[in-house]
Write a protein that binds this ligand. Structure first.
Ligand SMILES: Cc1cc2nc3c(=O)[nH]c(=O)nc-3n(C[C@H](O)[C@H](O)[C@H](O)COP(=O)(O)OP(=O)(O)OC[C@H]3O[C@@H](n4cnc5c(N)ncnc54)[C@H](O)[C@@H]3O)c2cc1C
Length: 273
């Protein structure tokens, strides 16, 4: 049972890491040199982790003799434990997510703080060949699955018919409004019949604090399989990018797919150098 559900719900999701934080060590060294101090770096810390650490250290000017023996991991762990999380906002990642539904992205774009989005337009893009993504749990229930298939096929047909009929508008209104705006109007009318299941693509940039918030609030809801699947993939990508920022999240398994468990933030993995 769980295998069917898993394949239905997760096989289409693709997440591509398209940007990651970088630390310009030359610029930082200039600052340290102007301040006549130095920074002992932690062996194997990633650039994202270093960026966050340095941002925190600037607040306290805890460089040089004022730098404690804590490694980057322990330093960040302490920032999070103290609730000094604004420093996490300096590290951002951009993920390009495809093979998800408009229902999913509608929920995702409700997140305002620290997120930026760019999504495939249904006004500019012709959705005649759009895919529809079935909810995972329907695989087990053939009658419900058939009802779903019928509904999305009807929507596809209606979309094509509306598009075809309204294409006449393009000729009729050619002189009154710009061609591009006529097309927008036509596709706006046609897209109104497309379901929540319509596949889409979305570019998402968020900082570490916001990704953490997303994982906490969205990856942990048992009844939202698609969200859980995406959240688990996001964690898979981000954790190696900055273990100190994401190692307090773990992926556990329910019968139908992954769920994120948030544990208390603790120092894991690497020792001080
Ligand atoms: C289980 C669940 C059920 C939901 N059900 C519904 C529903 O039925 N209907 C519905 O409309 N939405 C629903 N939502 C969406 C929810 O209301 C939020 O819009 C969405 O989760 C984004 O959360 P957020 O506003 O905390 O996040 P963000 O916008 O990312 O903000 C992060 C945090 O920043 C702070 N913040 C951001 N903006 C402001 C502000 N303007 N003022 C003060 N503080 C701010 C808050 O502390 C906030 O938690 C649901 C969400 C979940 C997780």
């Amino acid at each position: 049972m769980s295998k069917n559900i898993r394949s239905e719900s997760s096989q289409r999701v693709r997440i591509y890491l398209v940007s990651r934080p970088s630390l310009n060590i030359t610029g930082l060294q200039s600052f340290l040199s102007d301040e006549k101090t130095e920074w002992r770096r932690t062996h194997r810390a990633t650039q994202a982790e270093e960026l966050v650490e340095v941002s925190g250290r600037v607040c306290y000017m805890s460089f040089g003799e004022a730098q404690s023996p804590r490694d980057t991991n322990a330093y960040i762990d302490n920032l999070i434990a103290m609730g000094h999380e604004s420093v996490l906002e300096h590290a951002s990642w951009t993920l390009l997510i495809s093979g998800v539904t408009r229902a999913f992205t509608h929920q995702l774009v409700r997140h305002r703080a620290g997120f930026s989005f760019s999504q495939l337009s249904q006004q500019y893009h012709d959705e005649t060949t759009a895919e529809f993504i079935p909810p995972g749990h329907l695989a087990q229930y053939p009658a419900a699955r058939r009802a779903w298939e019928n509904a999305v096929n009807n929507a596809r047909t209606a979309y094509a018919e509306i598009l075809e009929t309204l294409n006449a508008m393009e000729a009729d209104q050619a002189h009154s409004i710009q061609k591009r705006e006529v097309r927008r109007a036509i596709r706006s009318a046609a897209r109104s019949v497309l379901p929540n299941a319509t596949a889409t693509k979305i570019m998402v940039t968020a900082n570490a604090r916001s990704w953490r918030y997303f994982l906490k609030t969205r990856g942990t809801i048992p009844g939202d399989l698609e969200m859980r699947n995406v959240a688990a993939r996001v964690l898979e990508i981000l954790r190696p990018e900055a273990p100190a920022l994401f190692s307090d999240f773990e992926v556990s398994e329910l019968t139908d797919g992954p769920i994120i468990v948030h544990t208390a933030h603790s120092v894991k993995g690497r020792s001080a150098t």
